[in-house]
Each structure stands twice: as C-alpha cells, then as structure tokens.
Design a protein around this ligand. Structure first.
Ligand code: ADP
Length: 739
C-alpha cells in the first residue's frame, strides 16, 4: 500500500478529529490562531463543512479492527433512512459491516480487498444492498479510497450513492437480456431438436429407401452407378464377373473401359457385337430418352459354361439429359431355361393337339371306311338274297357273308371301346393267381378255328416255364396274346405256321420271374419302315382292300398299352416275306400253390332248360330277336317294355317264378338301373334277390361299373353273344344258389 502525500495526510489528520466531533464550531477556533497549522485547520474545517453538505453519502471508517465508522454525512443518513446519527449507529452498530446487507457482506469485503491490492491509487468500487431503517432494501454504489495515516491508522473514506433505480434497471435489463438469451437458446434448442428429429427421419427414410432398393435389387448380382458425361462407373455390388473389372477395393472405373472389357472378357462371342452396341453411351442416351429403363438379355461364358444374363439400365437422372444411370446385372438362367421349357411344352402340346386332330380325322375316316365296307356287304348280300329267294343255297351263302360283315362291325366297335378303355382312368388290373399254361392254351384255342380254316399249323411250347402259377390279370394277359396270335394267323398265308412259346427267367433271391411269350409266324412280315409305327393307333401297313384282311389298326396299340400298364413290353422282329416274331416280356410274381380249380364243371351242371327269364327291352326288333335266341336255348321268356313294367312284373310274380332278369339300360318311363335299384329294395327277399344281368348297347367300362353299383350281377353288351350269355347266366345262378 502506498503512503499518502503529506498534504493529504495532514488534511486527513486534521479533518478526522474534526469529523469525529459531533458539532462544528471549528471556525471560531481557527479565528484565534493564524499559524500554518491553523491555516490547514481552517482548510480542514471548510472541507468538513463541504463534506457535511455533500449531496451524496460520505463516510469514513477504520479499515481494520471492527471497521468502526468514524464519520457519516447527512446524505448518508438519509440514504439509510435514519433521522439521526444515533439512529444510524444503533442500526448499523456503527460499523461498515453493519451497513452492508448480510448476504452481500463477504463478497463486498473480498472485492474491496482485491481491488485495493490491484489498484495503484488504492481505490475500489462495489455495489451492495443495504436495509434502510424502514426495512426497505436499497442498492448503493460505493466508491472507496483506502488511506494510511500514522495519526489515525488505516481508514477508508467512501462515497455512497443510492443506485437502487439504476441497479434495478440494470438488473431488469440484464434479466431481460438473460431471458432473451434463454429464449433464444430455447428456440435454438428447439430448432436443433427439430432438426435432429428431421435428420433422424431423413436418416430412417434413407435407410428404408436403401432397404427398398436392396429388396428390389435382390435379384441383381451386380449393381453399378454410371455417369455418362463423366465417363465414370461406381460399383455398389459386384458379382464374380464384374469383380474382375473392378480391382478389389477400387470402386470406380472409366465407364468406357469397363463396358469394353466386360464384353471382351465375359460376353459370348456371338452376342458381343449386340451387347457392345446396346451399351454404347450414344445408344444408352437414345434409349433412355424415351423410356426410363430397358434391358438386354445375352449369354456369358463362365468356366466354359453358358449363363444367361440380363442387364437392366435405368435412368436415375434428368429425362432431358441422360447421364446418370444405374446398371443391374442378373443371372436369368432359371427364367430363360423355364421359358425355353415352357415354349417346348407349348410346342409339344401344339404338336400333340395337331396329332390328336390328325388322329381324330384318321379315326373318323378309318371308322367310316371300315364300317362302310362291311355295311356295303350287308346291304349288297341282303339285296342279292331278296333277288333269289328261291335259291336256298345261295341265300345261306349270302346270310353267312352278312353275318361275317356284322361281326366285322362288332369287332371294330369292340376294339374302339377297348382302346378307349386302356387310355381311360377306368383301366384297372385285376391280379389273381392263375396258371400261365392255361392262358397259353386259351390263346391257342382262340386262334385254332381261323388257323384251321387257313390250314395254318399252331404249336405251343411251355417247357421253359418252371413256375406256372403267377399272380396276374389273366384276362388282360390273354387279350394281349390273343391280339398278337390273331394277327399271326391273319397275316400268314394258308399253309404257314404259328408257334407260341412261353419261357421263364427266374429272378434270383426273389419271388419274381421274367416271363417271355413269343408268337412267331411264317407270314407276310413287316417292313422296316412300318415297324416304327406298328403300335400307333389306326396304323395298318395295308388297308382292308389291299390286304384282303379286315382290321382296325388298334389291336397292337391296345396290346402294347395294356402290356405297359402291366409293367411289361412288346417288341417285334420281322422280315418281309419270311415272317414275324412278337415278344411279350413281363415280370410276374410267382406263386407256389396251384390256382383254384376252374368251376367249369359246376357251371355246366346248371340246366337252363325251362327256366323263366324276364326280358326287359323297349326296342321291338331287339325284343323279337332276343326272345327267339333265348327260346332257342330252352328258356321261357316273359317281356316287359320298360323298367317300371319290369318292377311291377316282379312284384306280381310268385317267389322263384323268374330265374333271372335280362335288363336293358336305356328305356323310357324307367331306365334299367333305376328298375334294378327298385327291385333290390323290394320287401320280399324272393323278389329283391332275383339275379339281374344288364344287357345293353352301352359298352364302356364305366357303364359296366355303374350296373354293378346298382346291384346288378353282370353286364353284357349287345348284340347278344349266346355262349357268353349262357356262361354268365350259369355263373350268376350258381352264385345266387350259394347265398
Ligand atoms: P389290325 O390287325 O386290325 O390292322 P393291329 O394293330 O393288330 O391292327 O396291327 C396293325 C398292323 O400291323 C396290321 O394292319 C398289319 O399291317 C401289321 N401286322 C400286325 N401283325 C402282323 C403280323 N404278324 N405280320 C404282318 N403284319 C402284321
């Protein structure tokens, strides 16, 4: 702390005692003496007067100790709201500390200390609150000056002004400023928050878009972004192929270079020129000007194998000026192959449809031809017979010819039905245990009459069979062999021979054997060219007119299809003019036990003579023919013209009166099936259980099935085949007798 100059000190030293005094009578004292000290004293007295009258507050107090107050002027008392010095003293304890608001005191003293220390002139300035006598809190400004004097010690003399309004204004300004700042900060924070939220939303949207792009582009194994103007291409996803063009980690290349190199390295030589042209910047610009996207399909060669690739180009920039594009490469092997396959399937379907159409036309023309020929014979010979009624021998000859022609038509119809059956869903195998040698015998018997007529020798050889009992659909196997053996006789000239051989190749360690049936003839043979079509429907090497043999071209088709359905096959070897060998091969399950003996003898024991049949038939002609035929085999015939009359007749009959019913299917009033159902529902079992055999022109397998479903015992087709009818009736009667 600096020492004060002498003058100042002197004045202070003079004034302080003066100021400490309560009243001011100094002027009188000074008048007595006029020494220099006196002069100074006078000056001090004037100064005191001046200080007393100062408009602002003034005080002097000890800087040390209890900071007791030495002097306060009137203005200061006023600031504190004290009417007297005593009031001030008692309020403040006559100490500077008592003047300052307790909350501000420490800070004020600390500030004063620091300021004095730092000030060259020992000056300080502080603001603090005071509490006036009336309790009001006011703000004051305090300009202090620290002075050291030997006479009075360390003191502060201080100017105090009431600055409440000023400071309050300042405080409120500051508060307003702070509030404004806070407001601003709040706004800023809100802005930042909004911005953050928006940024987050944009980020999420961006991610979603990326996910959408990623999802949509999942099929693309390479995705590149290119700028045509800048001649740059950036990689976003690289496949095995495009990776070669982009060295690892290097994600950007010159576009021109990339496209050139890609075409050279990967594209199939035949597609290079097209791909190069369609990916040239000029072409890209032109194509994308009109459309946002286009694609090119081409082939790539990868490890020597062809892959189908699709490159899709999309304009992602301006429409007017195409420059920014995205290129996606994907492998379309599966799609292309599927497309090719589909095309092939469609082509095949078309060809099949065409073939089916041709087959249909061929079928109709064949049917028309093959039916017209025998019909022609029927009409022709009928006319001849009518012309020569008296010539009995000639009439018999004509009738025989008419019968043959009728049989031919029947054969044609049966073959067509059989063919349609083998192709239908109804086709079923009825495997039972049977004797192979019996089947061969049956085939031999079947061809024997025709062979005898043509003087063709028929031999059979079953020595190669070690297991003759097998599980097979004997009827179908027999039909296959009959078709082939029938042809052998048909296409062999008189005096020739037919040989039927059956042998077996047992499969080791199993119950199965391969059975081989060979039917060899010494007939006309088959040309190499025709052999290729021999199993196709309606195919004949020569038609009836040229071969002189009636045929349909369906027999072998049926045989082959049936054999295949039974897990077997038919092959043919032949030489024109020498003969043919047809071989049927089939894997069959062997059985050890002999098949049940044929019940032929038991059937034969049934005598139909005198038995009464109810013939239900609406057609007058059929009724007449059938009645006659049935009467010929000894049956007594009762007739009903429709199903309803048949039901009524049964109801009215005595139990056991009718041995069986022959029931037509399509009839007016009530059809045959409904009638059968009604009969089966009758109360009297003697009526309800009468054997019923359908006799119908409906010859499909499904017709037979439906007849059985309504409770009939058998289904026979028209025209009536008397031996078959007898056999069926006997078998049915036997079955009913057992019940
Ligand atoms: P279809 O005998 O009724 O004409 P198939 O389907 O049984 O019909 O035979 C088709 C054709 O195969 C016959 O028309 C005939 O040209 C030829 N064919 C069949 N078997 C023989 C055979 N054993 N010898 C010579 N040709 C045959």
């Amino acid at each position: 702390m600096r020492e004060k100059d002498d003058d100042t000190l002197n004045i202070i030293e003079y004034i302080i005692p003066m100021l400490s005094r309560e009243s001011s009578d100094t002027a009188d004292e000074s008048a007595c003496t006029r020494s220099p000290e006196q002069a100074q004293y006078e000056y001090a007295a004037k100064l005191k007067m001046f200080i007393d009258e100062l408009p602002g507050g003034f005080l002097i107090y000890h800087a040390d100790g209890d900071e007791s107050i030495i002097y306060v002027n009137a203005a200061l008392l006023e600031i504190f709201g004290c009417a007297t010095l005593d009031a001030f003293k008692s309020m403040t304890g006559n100490s500077f500390r008592g003047m300052v608001h307790p909350d501000d005191l420490d800070e004020v003293e600390q500030s004063i200390k620091e300021q004095i220390k730092a000030s060259q002139n020992d000056l300080d300035y502080v603001e603090y609150r005071i509490v006036r006598k009336d309790g009001e809190t006011r703000w004051v400004e305090d300009y202090g000056h620290f002075v050291h004097s030997d006479a009075v010690g360390d003191i502060f003399y201080v100017f105090i002004t009431d600055a409440t309004e000023k400071i309050n204004r300042r405080i409120s300004e500051k508060t307003a400023l702070i509030n404004a700042k806070h407001e601003k900060e709040k706004k800023l924070l809100n802005l930042i928050e909004t911005y953050d939220k928006e940024r987050m939303l944009i980020h999420q949207e961006h991610l979603r878009r990326l996910e959408v792009i990623e999802g949509l582009s999942v099929n693309y194994d390479s995705i590149l972004y290119a700028d045509l103007d800048a001649d740059r291409v950036l990689a976003y996803r690289l496949s095995m192929r495009t990776e070669k063009q982009f060295e690892r980690k290097l994600q950007a290349r010159d576009l021109g270079w990339f496209l050139d190199d890609y075409v050279k390295v990967w594209v199939h030589p035949e597609d290079r020129e097209r791909v190069a042209e369609l990916t040239s910047p000029d072409c890209i610009r032109q194509k994308l000007k009109n459309n946002p996207t286009y694609y090119i399909n081409y082939r790539c060669v990868y490890k020597g194998e062809i892959q189908y690739i699709q490159l899709r180009l999309v304009n992602v920039g301006s429409k007017e000026h195409v420059s920014q594009i995205v290129m996606g490469y994907r492998n379309v092997d599966v799609e292309i192959l599927q497309e090719m396959k589909q095309k092939q399937v469609l082509q095949e379907a078309l060809e099949n449809a065409k073939l089916a159409d041709i087959a249909k036309s061929t079928f109709l023309s064949n049917m028309s031809h093959d039916m017209r020929t025998p019909l022609n014979a029927i009409f022709g010979f009928t006319a001849l017979a009518r012309k020569n009624p008296g010539d009995g021998k000639a009439v018999v000859k004509y009738l025989n010819k008419i019968e043959t022609a009728g049989k031919q038509i029947l054969d044609l119809i049966e073959k067509v039905l059989e063919y349609s059956y083998t192709e239908s869903q109804d086709f079923k195998l009825n495997n039972v245990d049977c004797d192979i040698t019996e089947i061969i015998k049956g085939v031999s018997n079947y061809i024997a009459p025709n062979a005898a007529t043509k003087r063709i020798s028929v031999t059979t050889d079953t020595d190669g069979i070690t297991h003759k009992t097998v599980c097979v659909d004997a009827e179908k196997l027999g039909q296959i062999l009959m078709h082939i053996a029938g042809n052998a006789v048909k296409y062999t000239d008189g005096g020739g021979s037919v040989r039927i051989t059956a042998r077996e190749k047992a499969k080791p360690n199993s119950d199965f054997s391969t059975y081989i049936f060979e039917i060899a003839d010494t007939g006309i043979g088959i040309s190499e060219q025709f052999k290729r079509h021999i199993f196709d429907p309606f195919e004949r090497e020569k038609n009836t007119t040229f071969s002189g043999e009636f045929g349909t071209g369906l027999g072998l088709t049926i045989a082959k299809h049936t054999a295949e359905m039974m897990g077997g096959d038919i092959t043919v070897e032949s030489e024109v003019g020498k003969g043919s060998v047809f071989t049927v091969t089939m894997l069959l399950k062997r059985r050890n036990a002999a098949p049940a003996r044929s019940a032929k003898s038991a059937d034969d024991a049934i005598d139909l003579h005198g038995k009464k049949v109810l013939l239900v038939e609406d057609s007058e002609i059929n009724l007449e023919i059938e009645t006659e035929m049935l009467q010929d085999i000894g049956l007594v015939v009762d007739c009903a013209e429709n199903g309803q009359l048949a039901v009524d007749a049964v109801k009215a009959s005595a139990p056991g009166e009718y041995s069986f019913i022959l029931m037509d299917i399509q009839m007016p009033v009530m059809d045959g099936r409904t009638a059968a159902r009604e009969i089966r529902k009758l109360d009297d079992p003697a009526h309800a259980d009468i054997p019923i055999i359908a006799l119908s022109a409906n010859a499909f397998e499904s017709d037979k099935r439906m007849s059985m479903e309504v409770g009939m015992d058998a289904h026979l087709t028209k025209p009536i085949d008397i031996p078959l009818l007898v056999k069926t009736v006997k078998r049915t009667l036997k079955k009913h007798a057992k019940k």
